[in-house]
Design a protein around this ligand. Structure first.
Ligand SMILES: C[S@@+](CC[C@H](N)C(=O)[O-])C[C@H]1O[C@@H](n2cnc3c(N)ncnc32)[C@H](O)[C@@H]1O
Ligand code: SF4
Length: 404
């Protein structure tokens, strides 16, 4: 019996290939001559690749996102179409079986088991994951970037508001809240889909757009199901529950209700403030108001739950840019953010026929182009440094980088 192998290791094959391995209980990475690298989850499914200087991420649904740096600060992000994706997977499967052949001479039990699991996934099987995923989940439209590795549990579907002028993320479904039995069944299916891939997941994200607006008695029941099913609070690697909340719903919960959520393992709540400027806020047709958002954030934080506040870079266009930046910094500065809190900057991306653009025209403003949005991103980043406690993280939230 060979000694067991966990951790990083380099193997030089007889034909002088340098293979770098990282064998872990929950993931496996294999790099060939430092030019190609593949990563796999506990089931042996591809989750990431690096080839010819280009990064690829494969989500649980099987979508593949290509990310390429063109110049400093300039990135190309592209979701592969079906043909591109299948060619990419075909090349990966062929390459992996060649590499596995080269590793035969140095086999060790864990390595052997990983290679067997990985080679069991051919292109049709990898592609069939899409149907399995779609049978369990409604499309996962967006997550905060720190939760791409969470287990998403859809306690609700859609957005209870769904009328912000710039946002089309949940237009494909009506809002509804699941009951405890349906949620339990959903969680069992999610666990089945993840299998040993569960080992890579570090938190629960309660979907969809604003799950925490569920009235407290029903929410309590649903959170109990989540806590029980994932054994939250028992020292496993799942850090707790995270979710979105819109400001309208948030106005209705008291500090005591948020304390109860904290007890139920809710750890951070994400709110789309988008702008601190009341005029821009009106153009966006967000529910609530910037001032109400400050009160909501203070109530959430008073209960010991962290927040993630999202700002839209570019909102309000040219004419309103200065007041959007100044008032956003003022409002976020008034929230008392600190350790554990986040501010996300999301560059506004809207299609030509967006009702937001009609609102902007009526307000005699012009949309900002990509470069101007980048300039505003830098202004917001620099301004936030001066307006919020330095322990608050400021992070880019790019819709086109999202993959689950
Ligand atoms: C699920 S919502 C956030 C939580 C909650 N529904 C709310 O609105 O407060 C998702 C976030 O995605 C971002 N988003 C939506 N549409 C966008 C767009 N067209 N361009 C850029 N960011 C967008 C917004 O910042 C929005 O707050
Ligand atoms: S921004 Fe939030 S509240 Fe507005 S429509 Fe989108 S998901 Fe709903």
């Amino acid at each position: 019996m060979q000694p067991s192998l966990t951790g990083a290791q380099t193997i030089v094959t007889p034909d002088q290939h340098v293979l770098s391995l990282n064998v872990q209980p929950h993931f496996f990475t294999l790099a060939d001559n430092f030019t190609r690298r593949y990563s796999f989850d506990g089931e042996g499914r591809l989750i990431g690749a690096f080839r010819e200087g280009i990064n690829y991420r494969r989500g649980l649904r099987g979508d593949v996102l290509r990310k390429q740096s063109l110049a400093p600060g300039q990135k190309l992000r592209h979701m592969l179409n079906q043909d591109e994706r299948q060619n990419f997977l075909h090349e990966m499967v062929t390459h992996m079986s060649q590499l596995a052949g080269q590793l035969e001479a140095s086999q060790q039990p864990e390595l052997n088991a990983w290679l067997e699991r990985i080679l069991a996934w051919d292109v049709p099987r990898l592609e069939a994951e899409r149907e399995r995923f779609d049978a369990i989940y409604k499309p996962i439209s967006i997550l905060p970037p720190d939760h791409y590795q969470a287990v998403v549990v859809q306690a609700t579907e859609g957005c209870s508001w769904n009328r912000c002028t710039f946002c089309t993320l949940y237009h494909d479904r009506p809002f509804r809240i699941k009951g405890p039995t349906e949620l339990c069944q959903h969680i069992h299916e999610v666990k089945g889909l993840l299998g040993h891939g569960m080992g890579l997941r570090n938190a629960i994200f309660l979907g969809d757009a604003n799950a925490l607006i569920i009235p407290q008695p029903r929410l309590r029941e649903l959170l109990e199901v989540v806590q029980r099913e994932f054994a939250l609070g028992t020292g496993n690697r799942l850090r707790g529950i995270y979710a979105f909340l819109d400001i309208f719903g948030a106005e209705r919960k008291s500090v005591a209700a948020y304390r109860e959520l904290r007890e139920a393992q809710v750890r951070r709540i994400y709110l789309g403030l988008e702008t601190g400027d009341p005029e821009v806020f009106g153009l966006l047709n967000k529910p609530g108001s910037p001032a109400a958002c400050v009160e909501v954030v203070q109530a959430i934080k008073a209960a010991g739950i962290s927040v993630g506040v999202i700002l839209l870079a570019g909102a309000g266009g040219e004419r309103l840019a200065a007041q959007h930046v100044a008032n956003s910094l003022r409002i976020v500065g008034a929230m008392g953010l600190g350790e554990g809190d986040l501010v996300y900057l999301s560059p506004l991306m809207v299609p030509d026929e967006s009702p937001y653009l009609a609102q902007l025209r009526d307000a005699n403003s012009q949309p900002l182009d990509e470069q101007a949005i980048d300039v505003q991103l830098d202004l917001l980043k620099a301004g936030l440094k001066a307006h919020v406690d330095p322990a608050t993280k400021v992070v880019l939230y790019h819709l086109s980088e999202f993959i689950y």
